[in-house]
Ligand binder design. Sequence first.
Ligand code: ADP
Ligand code: TRP
Length: 341
Amino acid sequence: MSQPATKVSLTGIKPTGEPHLGNLIGAIRPALDLAEQYQSIYFIADYHALTTEREPELLRHYSRAVAATWLAVGLDPDRTIFYRQSDVPEIFELTWIMACVTGKGLMNRAHAYKAARDRNVEAGEEPDTGVNMGLFNYPILMAVDILAMESDVVPVGKDQVQHVEYAADIAGSFNYLYGDRYSFTIPEAIIPDTEGAHTLPGLDGRKMSKSYGNTIPLFLPEAQLKKLVRKIPTDSTPVEAPKDPDSSSVFAILSQFAPDDTVAETRKRLEEGGLGWGELKNQLFEVLNERLAPLRERYETLMEPGSELDDVLADGARRARERAGRVLRQVRTAVGIEPER
Ligand code: ADP
Ligand code: TRP
């Protein structure tokens, strides 16, 4: 009997800021775990970032920083196809073809676009003020990222589930029209558990997020890491008083990075009293620094111009183009751009 083919897991990472501890816990680690069971395909969605990032230097920096981060924390490029979206021109040709089978009404209902319109209307502006066509077409490009690689599952945060459903819809429209010649695989979203314990709080106690400006970036120099950890808010409970570990951001972050027995021991000391917030913060800094220092070193080497990072991305692009090219050739024939073979 033949073995069932390994299913494909694909996700895109939009390079719009310095990767932070929350991204590691909520996105990078779960994706690296999935690479154990699936053929994994992960890429830097740099053309998606262009819909909002207007600083060329920043776009370049974030694209490189995000790629270096994934490699530094353990992505294995032999196992995972890892590339930059912009290095795969087949995706953009396919985006046009798929735009031709996508209803405009579907795009009008996309959450991100609708939210932008609602904000404008509320502010008394024209509904489409500040909306570029890249933002409007964003879900079609994302659908093609997914479909061009014949993905089965797409690990994403909750805010991206609608986009994966759109990819399935758009694939369905194509298959309805041309399915006797070529059929896209219908993808499905999978949502890593980022509720409760897996949502990391930031420097103000809210969810750690670039949009709140409350993040602890992963690869800060040691002194800055220490400074930020000191900034995490705590209440004024005296050292000797018992404390509730579950309402402490410092403890929440510690729980994700320290070994289980250390976490249990710290929980006990907080509940009994005698462990002050200052000491807890020192402990958190030590734990983080110990875990991150070797990764930071690898990251810094990868960030150097002409590093191994460039070879990894070039090889990933070659493999991604091969896959997307196979799909594109069949699609071009199916829709009547290429002669029948
Ligand atoms: P940000 O909120 O900083 O802009 P993104 O929206 O770019 O982060 O998120 C990228 C991924 O990281 C998503 O899958 C998201 O669920 C995950 N993530 C972001 N912040 C956190 C957090 N504080 N805790 C857990 N996961 C997070
Ligand atoms: N839109 C996703 C985000 O903002 C990034 C992304 C682009 C993506 N293309 C994708 C995610 C394809 C999954 C699959 O986070």
